[in-house]
Design a protein around this ligand. Structure first.
Ligand SMILES: [Zn+2]
Length: 165
């Protein structure tokens, strides 16, 4: 049995100054250099903390990570940051399109390093997110956005649980 929930994100149509989310295309293979170039391209100053967190985030391929998980990885890597800094940095990266936020429920927000269009399975109890290719979900009817808003994108989270034997 699966239950699904559809999250419709709306963005105010104010000038629509979203920078291209494809800032990660011209990677050279050196994570440190890549992160610096990535930050510059989206107009974020490559501070030591952003560099260190960016390196941890983007140096391991596409993944889904919570602020707490990143904080733990940073601590293990001896990167001196507070959880608040980790939160702020994740939100800054999201604002400039380097990350995508995936809200699974009220208490859990994942950040996705894969910013291309796709949906997610959420495995309940295991707190695991798995990608669903964009083409595998067809949304039949979308609501009309409130006055002054447009639909930014539609995220589908399909919740999974193990079958009872
Ligand atoms: Zn994903």
């Amino acid at each position: 049995m699966t239950a699904s929930r559809i999250i419709v994100s709306t963005n105010a149509v104010e000038g629509s100054a979203r920078p291209p989310a494809a800032a990660r295309q011209a990677l050279t293979g050196c994570p440190w250099h890549d992160v610096k170039a990535m930050l510059r391209e989206v107009g974020l100053r490559p501070t030591r903390q952003r560099m260190a967190l960016g390196w941890i985030l983007f140096g391991k391929g596409d993944r889904h990570i919570t602020a707490e998980m990143l904080y733990e990885e940073a601590s293990k890597a001896k990167v001196p940051v507070s959880l608040a800094t980790v939160y702020n940095t994740l939100h800054q990266f999201t604002d400039v399109g380097l990350l995508r936020q995936v809200a699974v429920d009220g208490s859990k927000t994942y950040f996705d390093t894969n910013v291309s269009q796709h949906h997610h399975f959420f495995v309940e109890g295991e707190n695991d997110l798995l990608d669903i290719p964009h083409s595998e979900v067809v949304v039949g009817k979308t609501p009309v956005a409130p006055e002054g808003y447009e639909i930014a994108r539609i995220d589908v989270v399909v919740r999974l649980r193990r079958k009872a034997r």
